[in-house]
Each structure stands twice: as C-alpha cells, then as structure tokens.
Design a protein around this ligand. Structure first.
Ligand code: FES
Length: 254
C-alpha cells in the first residue's frame, strides 16, 4: 500500500454528512485573516487618518508612529510599529481554547471532525513545545485587557476631528470594533475563571457569583464573538487604510 493510499485511508469515516465544510471554512477565514494581518502590519503605512487609528497598530508605542499613543520605544525601532503590539492579540487568539479546537481540527487535522480519524498516528496533546505555550493563555488575557483599554481610548479619540467634536462612519466602525473585542475578551474562559475561580462557596461571595453568572452567559457565545470580532477588526483596518489612501471618503454624520 502506498503512502498516498494510507493518507486517504486515514480520513475514512462512517459519517455521510459534509463534515469537511467546517474545517475548510476555518482554514479559509483564519488563514485569510492571518495573511491579511501580516500584510497590513508589513505595510507600515496608511494606518492612521485623523481621527482614526487602525486597531492593528494600537497602541502605537514607537517614535516612528504616524500617531503615537504612548512613546515607549525610541527611534532605534525602525520596523513597522504593528509588530510591537500584534503579538499580544495574536497570542491571545492563538492560545484561545476555542480557536485551539478550530485550528487543531482544520490545520492539523487532529482530528478533522468528530468520528473522523486523526491525520497523525501519535498524540502528545499539549505536553510538548510549542504547544506547551498554550498554558500562557491567562497571561495573554491580562495583556489583551491592557490593549482593550487603548482601543476604547482610540474610540473616544475617534469623536475628536481636526475641526472639533463629531461622528463619522469611521467612528461607528471603531466603536463596534471595541465592543466586539470587549465581548470576545470578557467571554474568555480565563476571564470566567478570574471572576469565579478559587471560590469554595458562592454563598459567601454573592457579587462574584453575579459577575461569574454574567461572564458565563457571555462565555456561551464565545465562538460567535471570536469569529465576528476577528472579521470586524480586519474590516476596521481596511476601512482606515482605504480612507488614508484616498480610495474612499468617510461619511460624516455631524
Ligand atoms: S479568548 Fe478564547 S478562551 Fe480565552
């Protein structure tokens, strides 16, 4: 039996439905996002047009930024400032419990779907490098909350036009982005554990019980928030980019 036949054999399943559609969609959307985000970060241009800052470059912490949020990194940094920041939301999503399931199935075929055989013959779980790094998820969550605070600050600034207070379509795009990323972050399993973990009895911690209940309800929709916020954050960058390039005009409401 050839190696090729052996590989095809590994996908033999009794399932008759289109189980392969979901992993294929994940490859297309997640793969497409990764390519777009890398391309946008490499551009090092068209990420700011007053008063809008692309979330891929926020907070902009290098002196070489078009719009500096906090000047933390000196002029020695001459690469795209996006690379100073993107590893945080990138690490947060890469170590997310939901995304792990999605990309293990789609990219590693491990397993591609329920009742479909694993592509790999061996299984070591997350006990070896680099998968051991998945344990850092909680720390990425803490860092992401910091990034989120800057994104909300950018949202406030998105109302401050050069000619004064106002609101444009870009303001709405940036506001929706901050809301979706907040829902994604708050619905995180680590957030749920931070709010409700380490408590022996909720009876003596009624406030934490309420917060935990609220986060748990959000947690039930974590998958939806993960996808919608992922797509919206890319669209937000695209909107700012096209505005900055002069391809489109912002719609100003007042
Ligand atoms: S962001 Fe998905 S589980 Fe934390």
């Amino acid at each position: 039996m050839s190696d090729k036949t052996l590989t095809l054999d590994q996908f033999r399943t009794l399932r008759k439905d289109t189980w392969w559609k979901e992993p294929l969609m994940v490859v297309l959307v997640l793969g497409g996002f990764a390519i777009y985000a890398t391309w946008a970060a490499l551009q090092n241009a068209h990420y700011y047009v007053a008063p809008y800052l692309s979330p891929f470059y926020s907070p902009c912490i290098a002196e070489n930024c078009t719009h500096v949020s906090v000047p933390l990194v000196g002029s020695w940094w001459n690469l795209s400032p996006a690379f100073l920041i993107l590893w945080i939301p990138g690490g947060f999503r890469a170590t997310c419990y939901y995304y792990r399931k999605a990309y293990y199935r789609s990219f590693f075929l491990s397993p591609p779907a329920c009742a479909v055989r694993d592509a790999s013959k061996s299984y070591s779980g997350e006990t070896r490098f680099p998968f051991l790094l998945q344990n850092l998820h909680r720390y990425f969550f803490y860092l992401s909350i910091l990034i989120l605070a800057f994104l909300w600050w950018d949202t406030v600034l998105a109302f401050q036009f050069p000619d004064g207070f106002g609101m444009g379509l870009g303001t709405v795009v940036i506001l929706v982005n901050a809301i979706l990323l907040t829902l994604f972050s708050l619905s995180c399993n680590s957030c749920r554990h931070v709010c409700g973990g380490y408590v022996d009895s909720f009876h003596s911690a009624p406030t934490r019980y309420k917060v935990w209940g609220f986060i748990s309800r959000l947690n039930g929709r974590h998958m939806e928030y993960a996808w919608v916020s992922l797509i919206w954050v890319a669209l937000t960058d695209l909107y700012v980019r096209l505005l900055s390039m002069g391809v489109i005009q912002d719609l100003r409401f007042f």
